[in-house]
Design a protein around this ligand. Sequence first.
Ligand SMILES: NC(=O)c1ccc[n+]([C@@H]2O[C@H](COP(=O)([O-])OP(=O)(O)OC[C@H]3O[C@@H](n4cnc5c(N)ncnc54)[C@H](OP(=O)(O)O)[C@@H]3O)[C@@H](O)[C@H]2O)c1
Length: 330
Amino acid sequence: MNDELFEINSERIVRAGISRRLFLRTTLAGGASLLAGRAATIFAAASASDNTSFTIGGDLAVNRLGFGAMRLTGEGIWGWPPDRENARKVLRRAVDLGANLIDTADAYGPETDELLIAEALYPYPKGLVIATKGGNTRPGPGQWVPDGRPEYLKQCVDKSLKRLKLDRIDLYQLHRVDPKVPMEDSLGALKEAQSAGKIRHIGLSEVFREQVARARKTVPIVTVQNRYNITDRKWENTLRYCEKEQIGFMPWAPVGGTRGMTNTALEKAAKDHGVTIYQLGLAWLLHRSPVMLPIPGTSSLAHLEENMATAKVKLSADEWKAIDALAGQA
Ligand SMILES: NC(=O)c1ccc[n+]([C@@H]2O[C@H](COP(=O)([O-])OP(=O)(O)OC[C@H]3O[C@@H](n4cnc5c(N)ncnc54)[C@H](OP(=O)(O)O)[C@@H]3O)[C@@H](O)[C@H]2O)c1
């Protein structure tokens, strides 16, 4: 079973209430700490100088800590979420807190996730980047089957444009490279959509570095979205390639996906620093690379507040070194 199938099969949707809004500035560098799990930071405006932003494809400046909308669906990433109004609130709050990179896919729901984003956020605030994907079909809950045929992808783009109420999709990602279709054919369809003005930039998902290099011979690739977090670094080589080539790396399952963050040593370290293990995991990602664009997902306003509050978490080089060592332990 691949990672995505594991994620989906063991999917759980938890409904949660609205958290208290405590706007605390989070900084650990000077020894100051925050109340674990109860702090939220008003996200600073994107600024290249403080390293909180990244420019995708040379022209799309985003705050590096984004939001993944996949969890705003029904069980098995299927259908509408159990509490649709709560899901809309989560999306609006994510934007309020400074997330201006929102990740979705036509396969989430399918379709409902994109529709929900338009419901909650259209007309879109200036600077909001919606990154969607195509090329993964959904025969049923928890099931994912790649389809990279050019004719299929072309109509995926048109349908996403309609659902998202956009004239152009800022970032369109090939959800999976279909082993039955030459990558060049799938990307050729996206290149055509790009030339027609339907797509601004193109990204890939779950790919080896060699595949990124090969794809770039057909079309510029501006982002890669692979599973990656503090305890799962299988795609380290792809990340290094992205870093070298200034390609945005959007780690999915940044807080462990459905499995969550369960490392006992990291749990203790987080507590010692006055944050939660989720905040520590996200802060580690932001620290790990300047091209890292985490897209943590949640259906809970309380978890959203907690996750977005990691933006300003800073540890010293020695502290990060110690945490890195702990991450390798069970
Ligand atoms: N490209 C791909 O193949 C692919 C695959 C999967 C996902 N994605 C994208 O990546 C995004 C993130 O991935 P993901 O949702 O699988 O993984 P994730 O963001 O690491 O984890 C989400 C899970 O963690 C829980 N969670 C989040 N914050 C929490 C917190 N502070 N405390 C406790 N639990 C917390 C959520 O439950 P609650 O709802 O209860 O908070 C949810 O079950 C998705 O939204 C999607 O956009 C892409």
